[in-house]
Design a protein around this ligand. Structure first.
Ligand code: S3P
Length: 180
């Protein structure tokens, strides 16, 4: 892909936010998209780790999920307020808080939901150190979350891109088409 493919998109001047389940590829597609668009990437998990100086897992285990979720809201708001248009890879649980969904819908950002089947998600999350929710029963948890969160992703999404059977490059191109 080349930067020339990025002229005059509906996201010009707007942030692009990637949402979706753990393992859907938000971080890797976010990196490719940011490179393609020549924009900074804000990855909410990374932002939290940098801010607190500890890993997601450590924060989760020491301070609890509620503290982690509050940090998630702070980083989302901070990223959405960035002056320069950016790509934002929002962690899977961002849509759980009503305030976060409102912030996404009320912002000018273009939100793309990366949809994946549970089988693909399962394959991808095996080495997820930053995913304590999947420690005990990854398959059962992913299936439950998929059912519980689908409507929430739908609620915030301006566009939907399927990632099944597609490379990062192909998904990135599909996101760019979706925004064009
Ligand atoms: C979570 C997703 C993870 C991480 C944490 C909780 C979730 O991020 O924030 O383990 O609740 O879906 P990724 O979506 O980047 O894996």
């Amino acid at each position: 892909m080349t930067g020339s493919a990025t002229a005059a998109r509906c996201t010009d001047g707007r942030h692009v936010v990637l949402v979706g389940m753990m393992g859907a590829g938000k971080s890797s597609v976010g990196r490719a998209l940011a490179a393609e668009l020549g924009r900074p990437l804000y990855d909410s998990d990374d932002m939290i780790e940098q801010r607190v100086g500890r890993s997601v897992r450590e924060i989760w285990q020491t301070d609890g999920e509620a503290t982690f979720r509050a940090l998630e809201t702070e980083t989302l708001v901070e990223a959405l307020h960035a002056d320069e248009p950016a790509v934002i890879a929002a962690a899977g649980g961002i849509v759980l808080a009503e305030a976060n969904r409102r912030a996404l819908v009320d912002s000018d950002a273009y939100v793309v939901w990366l949809v994946a089947g549970v089988d693909l998600l399962l394959e991808r999350v095996r080495n997820g150190m930053h995913r304590p929710l999947l420690d005990d029963d990854p398959e059962g948890m992913l299936r439950r979350m998929h059912g519980e969160r689908e409507a929430l992703y739908q609620e915030v999404a301006d566009g939907i891109v399927s990632v099944d059977h597609r490379s990062v490059n192909d998904v990135t191109k599909a996101v760019l088409r979706c925004c064009a």
